[in-house]
Design a protein around this ligand. Structure first.
Ligand code: PAF
Length: 280
């Protein structure tokens, strides 16, 4: 696997792949890689001939109260995983490469960013949309791969690409889970052994909510209240648990058919998120 760290080196490395007529797949990450990231790489390899992965801990998507300095950085282990997975090119830019000292241009997607994670993490999605837009402009991939675990992030990126006519196909890859149902995430590393045992409860609550909806329950506010009571009876602090319309992530109405249950909750130091799509 070739590793490059500057835009110029990236351009040169991609030129050869493009000249050879290769279809380029792109997997952006913030490192601290796990099986979920490797499932994105595998999906990219299934439909592309040349897979580019980036590792960049993006400062602009962290809030003032979020500790970017302690974000886990595990570059050597990440490189081994990507190499073993057969990634062709790794791009590891510096903050200086990605942002000028006086950043004047931001990509802001309205509406769908205002609820859920956007409400509890102001400017988070502006940082995500801006950095992903920069990466898509630099790599110019045919396809870019994102986990469905970050459902709202995926919706924001899909919308940005549509609105800005970015010629890249955005692919959502199903959430990779541990055998007990916990969605794989870098944040799972913050869990104590005891919390790790409790962590699958978030997914279990979402499954129970789905079962209630499948059985005909349409009082979504009651489902939210039930989930809050269930989780907060234990060690959790709920951020949100919401039955939404897939199209715009607004709270679902009884007539809506294409739904998604979105949830985020704190367990100790870890803010875990999960979701499930369903049709009625
Ligand atoms: O999902 C992530 O890891 C990040 O938000 C992303 C898409 C790499 C942008 O920094």
């Amino acid at each position: 696997m070739l590793q490059v760290s500057t835009r110029q080196a990236l351009r040169e490395a991609l030129q050869a792949a493009r000249a050879a007529g290769k279809r380029i797949g792109f997997v952006p990450t913030m490192g601290n890689l796990h099986g979920g990231h490797i499932s994105l790489v595998t999906a990219a390899q299934q439909s592309c001939d040349f897979v580019v992965c980036s590792i960049f801990v993006n400062p602009t998507q962290f809030g003032l109260n979020e500790d970017i300095d302690n974000y886990p950085r595990t570059l050597d282990a990440d490189k081994s995983l990507l190499d073993e997975a057969g990634v062709d090119l790794l791009f590891t830019p510096s903050v200086h490469d990605m942002y000028s000292d006086l950043e004047l241009t931001w990509v802001e997607v309205k509406g769908i960013t205002e609820r859920h994670c956007g409400a509890s993490r102001p400017n988070h999605f502006r940082g995500v949309a801006t950095v992903v837009c920069k990466f898509l402009n630099m790599v110019q991939p045919d396809q870019a791969f994102f986990g469905r675990k970050d459902f709202q992030q995926l919706a924001v990126i899909q919308r940005m690409v549509e609105d800005l006519f970015i010629p890249c196909d955005i692919v959502g890859v199903p959430t990779a889970r541990a055998p007990d149902g916990l969605a794989l995430s870098s944040r799972n590393g913050y869990l104590t052994p005891e919390e790790r045992v409790q962590a699958p409860q978030l997914h279990a609550c979402i499954l129970e909510a789905k079962a209630r909806i499948d059985a005909g329950e349409m009082d979504y506010a009651a489902i939210t209240a039930w989930a809050k009571a269930e989780l907060e009876a234990g060690p959790w602090k709920l951020d949100y648990f919401s039955v939404c319309r897939q199209a715009d992530l607004a709270p679902a109405e009884p007539d809506d058919r294409e739904l998604v249950i979105l949830a985020a909750a704190w367990l100790g130091r870890a803010r875990l998120i999960d979701n499930l799509i369903l049709s009625r």
